[in-house]
Design a protein around this ligand. Structure first.
Ligand SMILES: [Zn+2]
Length: 319
C-alpha cells in the first residue's frame, strides 16, 4: 500500500548557522522557512512515507493562499476578501515545492517523481492547494462579492493556475484541501463546479482531502472529478460505515489511520487494526494510507513517530 501525508508538518524555522547565512539575515535575504521545509522532507522520508509534501511550513492552509491571491488579505490572522479575486501573477507554492523536491532527491533518488501512477513503490512529492470553498467560507467578505458562490468560482480560476504551476514543477499529484465540505454549510454543487474548474486541464491525478464526519456528503463527494477522496477514519470511526457496500466509482480512498489532534502516538497494532478494517471493506488496492489530517500543531517528535508507526503498520500488513 502506498503511504502519504495530508500535508502540514511542525514548522521548525531556524536562525542561520553559517556565516553566509548570518550575512544573508543581516541583508534580509535569509529564508528561515527553508530549514523547516528541509526538516519536514527529511523526516517524512526517514519515516518511510512514499508520497511526501513540502510541509506547508509558511503559514496555515488559509493564510498561505489568502496572503498571496489578489483580492484577498489577511487581517489579525483572519482572511478577508476585499476585491475581485484574480490569479496570483507568480506561483504561490512552486518555489517551496521545488525546494522540497531538491531536498528529497538529495536524500533518495526514488523521489524523482518519474512514475505518475499509484503502484506499490511509487514515490514523489505532491502539490497541495487549499480549496476555494474552504477559503471563501473561512474569509470575511468585505465588499465586491454579494454572493459567496461568485467568489468561490473566481477563486477556482486563481487556484487552477496554482495547480498548473505545481504540475509543471513536477508534482506527482495535486491535493485539494476542502475540510469545509463536511460542515454542511457549503453548497456542494458550487464546490463541485469549482473543483471541476481546477482539475479540468491537469494531466496528473487529483486528491480531495475532506476531514470531518462525511456521512452527509460522501455520496456527493464520490461524484467529484477527482481520483482520490481522502478522509479521516481514526478520529471519526463512523466514517468506516460509509465504506460499507459503497461504489467507489473507480476512485481510491485516502485512508486516514491515526489521530492528528493529539501528540499521543498510537501503537502499531492499533493502526494496523484500522487499516485491516479498511482492507476488509474496500480492498488494499483502493487505499492510500495517511494521517487523518495535517500535523502542523503536533510536536515534531510525535509527528515523526506517528508517521513511522503508520509505515511500519503498512509493512506488517503487506508482508
Ligand atoms: Zn484535514
Amino acid at each position: 500500500m502506498i503511504t502519504t501525508v495530508v500535508g502540514s508538518y511542525p514548522p521548525l524555522t531556524r536562525d542561520p548557522l553559517t556565516l553566509p547565512g548570518k550575512i544573508a539575515k543581516i541583508v534580509g535575504s535569509y529564508d528561515k522557512y527553508k530549514p523547516a521545509i528541509a526538516l519536514a522532507v527529511s523526516d517524512q522520508i526517514k519515516a518511510g512515507v512514499d508520497i511526501i509534501s513540502d510541509g506547508q511550513v509558511r503559514g496555515n492552509m488559509l493564510e498561505i493562499f489568502a496572503k498571496n491571491i489578489p483580492g484577498m488579505e489577511v487581517e489579525n490572522e483572519t482572511p478577508k476578501i476585499t476585491g475581485k479575486i484574480k490569479p496570483s501573477p507568480i506561483s504561490i507554492c512552486q518555489e517551496d515545492f521545488k525546494y522540497a523536491m531538491k531536498i528529497a532527491k538529495q536524500i533518495s533518488k526514488d523521489y524523482s517523481n518519474s512514475k505518475k501512477s499509484f503502484e506499490k513503490g511509487t514515490k514523489g512529492v505532491k502539490g497541495i492547494i487549499t480549496g476555494p470553498s474552504t477559503l471563501v467560507f473561512s474569509s470575511r467578505i468585505d465588499g465586491f462579492y454579494k454572493k459567496k458562490e461568485a467568489a468561490i468560482i473566481d477563486l477556482a480560476y486563481a487556484l487552477k493556475k496554482e495547480a498548473q504551476h505545481l504540475e509543471n514543477a513536477g508534482a506527482i499529484y495535486i491535493q485539494i484541501d476542502e475540510p469545509y465540505l463536511s460542515t454542511g454549510v457549503v453548497d456542494v454543487s458550487t464546490a463541485k463546479m469549482a473543483i471541476e474548474i481546477i482539475v479540468q486541464d491537469l494531466l496528473i491525478p487529483v486528491s480531495l482531502h475532506v476531514c470531518g464526519d462525511l456521512s452527509g456528503v460522501f455520496n456527493q463527494l464520490i461524484t467529484f472529478p477527482v481520483d482520490i477522496i481522502d478522509c479521516e477514519f481514526a478520529g471519526i470511526p463512523k466514517n468506516l460505515k460509509i465504506l460499507e457496500k459503497t461504489d467507489l466509482k473507480g476512485k481510491k480512498i485516502g485512508f486516514g489511520c491515526f489521530d492528528t489532534k493529539t501528540d499521543h502516538v498510537e501503537s502499531k497494532e492499533q493502526i494496523l487494526k484500522l487499516i485491516e478494517k479498511g482492507v476488509e471493506l474496500i480492498g488494499s488496492e483502493n487505499m492510500i494510507v495517511d494521517p487523518d489530517c495535517g500535523m502542523r500543531m503536533r510536536k515534531r517528535s510525535s509527528a515523526f513517530e506517528k508517521l513511522k508507526t503508520m509505515v511500519e503498520a503498512c509493512k506488517t500488513f503487506s508482508s
